[in-house]
Design a protein around this ligand. Sequence first.
Ligand code: SAH
Length: 389
Amino acid sequence: MLGMTRDDFADLVRQAGEPGYRTKQLAEAVYRQRIESVEEISTLPQRLKNWLTEKQIKIGSPRIEKKFISSDGTIRYLMGFDDGQSVETVWMPEGDGGEAGDGSQAGDEALEIQETAVGARPPGRAKSSFGRSTICISSQVGCAVDCQFCLTALLGVKRNLTAGEIVGQVCAVLKDQNVSPPNDRINLVFMGMGEPFLNYDNFIKAARLLVQEAGIAERRMTVSTAGVVPRIYEFAQEAIRPKLAISLNASNDDLRTRLMPLNKKWRLENLLAAAKDFPLRTREWITFEYVLLGGVNDTPQNAREVAVLLRGLRCKVNLIALNPGPGIDFTTPNEKRVVNFQNTLREAGIPTFVRRPRGRDIYAACGQLKRTVEAASPAPLLQAISPVE
Ligand code: SAH
């Protein structure tokens, strides 16, 4: 049932010959209470449970197969599906760098004010602890885009996730963390394994379900694309959609094609035209991510080129110093180079932030999701635990 819309539930209820109010009960059991088996849905009569069981209709939650806990509090979940495939989902308590889920400091204050006015926070809960937690979810098993600095690329793409499998990751993590939006403010980033815009229909269906059924605000969700240009135009037309982030990662076509082979198909000119045409809502920006690779794309000249590319766009830049991994032939630039790059962009008037790496010690940081069943060395930093029985 994970992945079903209200209309799907209504059909089911009709087929079962049950009254209409069961539709809402089913949807709430799956997306709000996050119950994992039909038998446990206490609002339903036994005859409906039996009917669902006979029809082999299950909730279909992913199994938490492993949990790795970082010294910084980040948790990497290995989520298993019925066909034996798995993906990773990352929980970042207190946000992903002091931001509104998309790397921006700007915007967060406005959210803060709005939500305080609503007064949704239950008494006694420290605001800081749940104010900015972020869940990073996967959209495909592996990835086909083949970015040269990313570990997920080494897996190739095994298959798309269904909308239910995408939403299911969120439900499983919320349940495991015992938090509930909208009372607990959760940011969502579609930035895990896979290219969401190469699994567009399932991704957008999942986003809609997360807004309409799971209660996560649109403005708290960000999707990142490597630059699948036709889908950016399609995404622009959606009535319900997350915010947009684009992985830029290079300052000119030669360099970008070397680092991200998809640039052969969708070049910077087309990509930036799509960004310029993108209809932004009030207080909305496009985020550009830029992975800094030592000596490759991190010079002051590169920064100046980026500033020219982004001229005239309502955007901000998130810099990510490379998270290293086995089989990745690039180095992490030192802090000075990162700060210089940031300063060059800022001087050009572009709000630029450096993203603090989260969970590097357990291979949970950007570009490190590869379903590794061990953590990164050095070993003492890690703490791998079995799933809750
Ligand atoms: N496929 C989408 C979603 C993945 S988001 C996309 O490419 O945007 C993951 C982000 O992490 C992207 O911005 C990507 O450029 C970045 N990334 C990939 N490998 C990385 C690495 N080794 N270190 C730091 N960031 C990396």
